[in-house]
Design a protein around this ligand. Structure first.
Ligand code: ZN
Length: 326
């Protein structure tokens, strides 16, 4: 499972003083909870998708009798103990909604159940260590090996047994796992978009590079500074006539010093746009050059064109870019 970027735990840590029992709702059940629980438990099968969350179990109609987190794994997958502790309950028949299960009383005073097992590998009363293989996953339940689709259901109670606290009063195991609860990475925000189109009508010099204006009087495709980074992709569309051999397009990156003077220039790969049979008949050749980019620090980009035969005239220049500034 990828490290969450903005996990609830990280947000709580960032909030600083908000950390504590009330921040994650433990106080109802666990006045004496050991502080080591949050962020230390091991997921049962490592980095696997979650097929149903604790909240998903709560939201069912009717809600699950034992809300937990479902980890999607094939039958026979090793299940590792979340923490050091003792096996305090074990059921080896497929009956009822739980199917086979194991219960682990962790040394920090909490209680975890692993449901729908194919088999358990540790006896009742066994002392287990965090990461030890204690069972194999299955789909058992309702008297069948296939009462469900294959998965591991993990339920967690804080500071007591399910009989003491109530089976429906489990908490979200994902809030207590190492690395914090899984959350998909945030989507990129909607990019900014810029598009300029104009008629250039310039004859390109044969065999020497010439700057392509983005718009009349403007050549910069993208710029960044010490304060503002820019990520994006840009595409330059050109239409030209007189192309009997071809023309080339490239983008250059200028690096500037603090007073704005150019200290270095690096050329990006050259794209060659060859003549086509249509262009030799006198109609336009279209060229398209695309570049994804990330600019950080005082930098700016501009484009150049070079004709591979004499008499090439560029009629229209269209530049489009999608970009994010940060
Ligand atoms: Zn479940």
């Amino acid at each position: 499972m990828p490290q969450p970027i903005f996990s609830r735990r990280v947000m709580l840590l960032a909030a600083g003083t908000a950390i504590g029992a009330s921040a994650v709702g433990w106080d109802l059940f666990a006045p004496d909870l050991s502080a080591t629980a949050a962020g230390t438990y091991l997921r049962p099968c490592g980095s696997v998708p979650i097929s149903s969350s604790w909240q998903g179990h709560k939201n069912r109609n009717p809600p699950s009798g034992e809300p937990g987190t479902d980890y999607a794994v094939i039958t026979g997958t090793q299940i590792q103990a979340a923490a050091n502790g003792v096996i305090v309950d074990r059921k080896d028949s497929t009956t009822t909604a739980t199917g086979r299960y194991l219960a682990l009383r962790t040394d920090d005073g909490n209680y975890i159940r692993y449901l729908h097992l194919q088999s358990s590998t540790v006896p009742l009363g066994a002392r287990v260590t965090r990461g030890q293989v204690i069972a194999y996953s299955g789909a058992s339940g309702f008297g069948s090996e296939t009462g469900y689709g294959p998965h591991v259901h993990v339920s967690l109670w804080i500071g007591g047994t399910p009989l003491q606290l109530g089976f429906t009063n489990s908490v979200d195991f994902e809030n207590y796992v190492e690395g914090g609860p899984y959350q998909p990475p945030p989507e990129d925000p909607v990019p900014l978009h810029k598009s300029t189109k104009y008629t250039w009508n310039v004859v390109i010099p044969h065999n020497s590079w010439m700057r392509i204006p983005v718009a009349p009087g403007s050549i910069w495709l993208a710029e960044s500074s010490a304060a503002v980074k820019e990520t994006g992709d840009l595409t330059i569309y050109l239409s030209a006539t007189g192309v009997t051999k071809g023309f080339q397009v490239r983008v250059l990156a200028q690096s500037l010093n603090s007073s704005g003077a150019v200290v270095s220039t690096s050329a990006q790969p050259v794209l060659e746009i060859p003549a086509t049979s249509a262009t030799t008949a006198g109609s336009a050749t279209f060229g398209e050059y695309s570049l994804p980019y990330f600019l950080s620090g005082p930098l700016r980009l501009y484009a150049q064109i070079r004709a591979l035969n004499a008499g090439i005239k560029v009629h229209q220049v269209l530049v489009k870019k999608n970009y994010w500034q940060s």
